[in-house]
Write a protein that binds this ligand. Structure first.
Ligand code: NDP
Length: 631
């Protein structure tokens, strides 16, 4: 690949990015939970069944571990605690959802399949002995597996319950937790106040379904149908979770806005049934095939799950490739493991300094070119109409947005009942009573599917719990969002934060990232469980009074190391807007804000450097940098 190709691509990428940069950042969206709560209601819950059961906690209870969330992060937190010797009776997981699964509880849209191999994505496969049915697991299979994990560890869940506030009480060495259970539209809400010795904040990344803030939305809603994929309306479409026979769409003109990882799975399914489907695109995704295959029991036992520790080793192998540090054999061998420039997001083994940054950025860009060209060529190969194919090509470096994987998304645009409406990077102009307007043209629709993702936050609003409206107040009455926005911000290994004793955070700042989130959350969960086990052994005379807190000095020293490694984030300056770069707002931040963002970054040297550090730390067992006290 000559320098001319690289420089032409730089120009093209910059031109496409500039079309999409907009001043509003995250404010260009509305949060459906607040602005259109009817669109965020729980479609899956059986309120009668819920109301007939005793809640897992009652007013005045004192629980050892209260974990917010009941999805993968929280199940890993809880499971690793049980494995460390804690009693499952002392653990309670609380979720706004009506059951286990987190994102897999809410999302049940037709075609839903995790594009990360199930063998590494599903937690606790060795512990539960479960063999996934296929290489890539369906949403239903993953949700059922979450239930299996909860049963395996005898975990308790308090569902349809929102944590409202968590306030540290120094005198009792407890968190005072206020919650509210929604028992259905015709029943009074149940207020609960309990105390917890330890809180875990595991309330997830993709919890706030959002929609574009464009004029006319309410007019459209009054006259036509709308829903978000995380609240799929099978009453309207026909079919059911796991049964994508959307028979009721046969006479419907359907719109879907958004072309991210969710939409690319929905489009092929809706296209099979709708009278007509319009796909409204602002930025195309890179879309590579997803080589689905049933699991062969023989290969499973002889090659995949052949020895103890296989799942950790297989995850390690996957992360090696997406960190651009490949091993000899690519065990997973799919689009993800061929996406080595994803290291731009998750980090890699190379330590980036001001002296080698330019060389690093160039190497990463060049590494990405072959992949990007290959995926763009695939569009020409799979989409017959040249003009449509041109619009479906992505033009940005491979670390800027999450890639997508599906084998029939692109060919779906060859169908006569499917039209791609490219918005030239501008997005929907407005809704009308009958449809949507793009570039001055109105498209009439019966229903619009808002596949526009989830609200995320930047700055102090990225503090644990903040996006979910949880007020977390630590020692001395300090609000967690104030610490997240202050100069003294810091974490210890991304797991503890000074001033908030006995609180475990899920590492979005200061820990590590992976294309397989289960991999990072498991490392974080094991590290947290190890620390709490060691501290509890030390406090054997009175574990009920144990308090664990990162020292300010240790937190500052660790966070300085995170900040030092964040120089590599400068590569996001080349990126088209998306949630990885705060919708393009990152580039416009002041130097002070950038310095603070650098403190809040992931560990820059990649997952293995962090894993080695925390595993060695746990093996030493000295809890250096952590203050442990008991009475
Ligand atoms: P995304 O945020 O990835 O995608 C939202 C889409 O909506 C983008 O294409 C965006 O365009 C578009 N959009 C936003 N505003 C407008 C507008 N005003 N007009 C037109 N289009 C607009 O959300 P998803 O739900 O697709 O995915 C969220 C995350 O969930 C993924 O990143 C992934 O981590 C996870 N996921 C994982 C899956 C898996 O298989 N493991 C499957 C599905 C989701 P633009 O790009 O221009 O902003």
């Amino acid at each position: 690949m000559g320098p001319d190709v690289a420089s032409a691509l730089h120009e093209k990428y910059a031109e496409e990015r500039d079309k999409r940069l907009r001043p509003e950042g995250f404010d260009q969206y509305v949060d459906l939970r607040q602005d259109a709560p009817g669109l965020a209601a729980d479609p899956w819950i059986d309120y009668d069944a819920l109301a007939s059961q005793e809640p897992a906690l009652k007013n005045g209870d004192d629980v050892k571990f209260l974990i917010t969330g009941a999805g993968h992060i929280s199940l890993l937190f809880a499971g690793r605690l049980v494995e460390a010797g804690f009693d499952p009776k002392d653990i309670c997981l609380v979720d706004t959802a009506g059951g286990w699964g987190g994102t897999w509880y809410w999302n049940r849209f037709p075609g839903l399949t995790c594009d990360v191999e199930g063998y590494i994505y599903l937690p606790f496969l060795e512990e539960t002995g479960y063999m996934p049915k296929q290489k890539y697991s369906s949403g239903e299979e993953i949700r059922e597996h979450c239930e299996r994990v909860a049963n395996h560890f005898n975990l308790r869940g308090l569902f349809s319950t929102t944590v409202l506030s968590q306030v540290w009480d120094e005198s009792t060495r407890r968190w005072v937790v206020k919650m509210q259970q929604n028992r259905g539209p015709d029943r009074a809400k149940l207020d609960l106040e309990v105390t917890a010795q330890f809180i875990y904040t595991g309330s997830g990344l993709f919890t706030c379904p959002k929609a574009p803030r464009v004029p006319g939305f309410e007019d459209f809603r009054r006259n036509r149908h709308v829903f978000h994929p995380s609240r799929w309306d099978y009453n309207y479409t026909g079919g059911a979770p796991g049964d994508p026979t959307l028979v009721k769409l046969k006479d419907k003109v359907v719109g879907i806005v958004g072309t991210g990882a969710t939409s690319i799975q929905i489009v092929p399914e809706v296209a099979k049934w709708a009278k007509h489907l319009y796909v409204f695109q602002r930025t195309p995704s890179y879309c590579s095939p997803r080589p689905q295959a049933p699991t062969d029991p023989e290969t499973w036992s002889s090659e995949v799950a052949s020895k103890k520790g296989w799942q950790k080793a297989r995850r390690h192998n996957f992360d090696k490739y997406t960190s651009n540090d490949p091993e000899e054999t690519d065990l997973i061998n799919d689009g993800w493991t061929q996406h080595r420039s994803f290291a731009g997001l998750v980090g890699g083994p190379k330590v980036i300094t001001p002296a080698n940054y330019e060389e690093y950025a160039k190497e990463l860009f060049n590494l990405d070119i072959e992949r990007a060209e290959r995926v763009r060529a695939l569009v020409d190969h799979q989409v017959q109409d040249a003009a449509t194919a041109a619009k479906l090509k992505a033009w940005y470096p491979g670390w800027c947005k999450r890639p997508t994987f599906h084998s029939s998304y692109l060919p779906t645009f060859n169908r006569a009942n499917v039209t791609l409406v490219d918005t030239q990077g501008k997005g929907l102009e407005r809704f009308t009573e009958r449809g949507v307007v793009v570039e001055g043209v109105e498209h009439e629709l019966d229903v619009m599917i808002l596949s526009t993702g989830y609200g995320l936050a930047t700055g102090n609003e990225a503090a644990p719990g903040f996006r979910n409206g949880i007020s977390i107040i630590g020692r001395g009455g300090r609000r967690i969002e104030d610490k997240w926005g202050a100069d003294d911000f810091g974490t210890f290994h991304g797991v503890l934060t000074h001033g908030f004793p006995n609180m475990i955070i899920p590492g979005l700042s200061g820990a590590v990232g992976s294309a397989n989130l289960t991999s990072t959350y498991d490392m974080i969960a094991q590290h947290a469980a190890n620390m709490l086990k060691t501290a509890t052994e030390r406090a054997a005379s009175d574990p009920g009074s144990l308090v664990v807190e990162a020292s300010k000095a240790a937190e500052d020293a660790y966070t300085a190391e995170v900040q030092k490694r964040a120089i590599r984030l400068a590569i996001f300056g080349q990126c088209t807007p998306g949630y990885f770069n705060h919708e393009g707002a990152a580039a416009k931040k002041s130097m002070e804000e950038k310095m603070l963002d650098a403190k809040r970054a992931l560990w820059g040297d990649g997952i293995f450097s962090w894993q080695k550090m925390v595993e060695e730390y746990d093996a030493r067992g000295d809890l250096e940098g952590v203050e442990v006290s008991w009475s």
